[in-house]
Design a protein around this ligand. Structure first.
Ligand code: ZN
Ligand code: CA
Length: 416
């Protein structure tokens, strides 16, 4: 109890000074999680192993829980976080060049990527973003945000999806993660809404999306770099032992009581407590550890059998509110909102499609679904201003979708 009180005081003090405050170890302690993982969540048919350097792709569902409109963060903010995850886990982050030369040989491209879930657990098309208003003004480590009945939003199957809940955390906590092997209905990552992504109204030192990078790495089994003890062991061979965590934005080198050599602490590792702008690498050892959880007999091996990044596998009727535009603009590699329109609507025999904001229709596939989710028609567009003959459709309401993969948007059309 005394330890708990002390711990809370430390957390409170840390929060009031604008220091990083990750709750993952606190959460693990409260929930008696001492093991890193078990194998209970493995599917029976699991035999495939990871292949050296294959890109592992993790489908993500973002649960946005908001009590007021400022917490209902924009889709652009969500996409900016997705970009940071993909950059950091591929060492494509712009600030990779900031890694001190002494530590550059240890820096790794983890070859792990993330997509917005394109298919929900029932097989329906999805944007991978759920927005839910809650009467709760803030959340704590009690996991309420993970349960609809408690003012949160239920997890999607955590064997196939990385669940990320974005909400307002009490007391300045930036977030917490469950380690591999946690109960399925609580498995995932929680992030403070204003320490998420790089766009929007963000806390000054936590505005580059690194809180989520850090917590997702916990979700893949990484410990804090100081091993959560004075000169502790994080179990990673190429992260130097260091006495404690670093806050703020230190300069190289930072020697501490247990530094193995003159290079000192790896304070710029994503698993330290430095500011977002001052962390920039995972190491090869951390890469091996994280990829290991996806390997055969690993606790997240089921993700090798998750196909939720592939929208073409969606079969059921789409959710009516699920109309977010998600486009990866290949020319700028920046996520942008683009769109297309269909007219006339209602339609008598043919429809015309037109791109908006430079959205190119030529080469895209168009699919027509019944309202019960049956695929009725599929064509490939060979023009930027295409006409699609729908005279074969019976009068009624249908859904038209353009694009594949991440480039999906649908419209309801009425055939007369
Ligand atoms: Zn942490
Ligand atoms: Ca180490």
């Amino acid at each position: 109890m005394r330890f708990f009180l002390l711990c809370s005081l430390v957390l409170f003090a840390a929060a009031s000074f604008g220091q990083r405050n990750c709750g993952s170890m606190d959460y693990a302690g409260r929930n008696g999680i001492t093991h890193l993982y078990n194998n209970n969540s493995l599917p029976a048919q699991s035999h495939r192993d990871t292949v050296t350097n294959e890109i592992l792709t993790v489908p993500v569902v973002f649960h946005i829980l908001y009590n007021n409109s400022s917490q209902n963060i924009s889709t652009a903010q969500i996409l900016s976080q997705l970009k940071v995850l993909n950059d950091d886990f591929r060492r494509m982050n712009q600030d990779a060049s900031q890694t001190p030369a002494a530590f550059r040989p240890a820096a790794a491209d983890c070859r792990i990527m993330f997509c917005l879930a394109q298919v929900d657990p029932r097989g329906r098309p999805s944007s991978g973003i759920i927005r839910r208003q809650t009467s709760r003004q803030s959340f704590t480590y009690d996991d309420a945000m993970k349960f609809t009945a408690a003012g949160g939003d239920d997890a999607w199957d955590s064997r196939k999806y990385l669940n990320v809940w974005i909400c307002n955390m009490q007391g300045g906590s930036l977030g917490y993660a469950t380690p591999p092997g946690s109960p399925a209905d609580k498995d995932g990552v929680v992030i403070q809404f204003n320490a998420f992504g790089t766009i929007g109204n963000l806390q000054a030192n936590f505005n580059k999306g690194r809180t989520t990078t850090h917590e997702v790495a916990h979700w893949m089994g990484l410990k804090h770099i100081w091993g959560d003890a004075t000169c502790g062991d994080d179990g990673i061979y190429d992260t130097p032992q260091q006495e404690y965590y670093h806050n703020g934005c230190p300069s190289f080198p930072q020697m501490s009581a247990c530094s193995p050599n003159n290079n000192g602490d790896m304070y710029m590792n994503f698993m330290d407590y430095t500011h977002d702008a001052c962390m920039n690498l995972f190491t090869h050892g951390q890469k091996v550890k994280m990829r290991g959880v996806f390997a055969v007999n690993g606790p997240r091996n089921s993700f090798l059998f998750s196909f939720a990044c592939d929208s073409t596998l969606a079969t059921g009727a789409p959710l009516p509110q699920d109309t977010t535009t998600i486009i990866n603009d290949s020319t700028t590699s920046i996520m942008v909102e683009k769109d297309w329109m269909v007219y006339p609507n209602p339609v008598l025999s043919s429809i015309y499609l037109q791109g908006i904001n430079g959205y190119e229709l030529k080469g895209q596939s168009v699919t027509i679904f019944s309202m019960t989710g049956t695929l009725l028609h599929r064509i490939q567009l060979n023009s930027s201003n295409p006409t699609v003959n729908l005279s074969f459709l019976k009068p009624g309401v249908y859904l038209i979708r353009v694009g594949e993969g991440k480039m999906i948007k649908q419209r309801k059309i009425i055939k007369t």
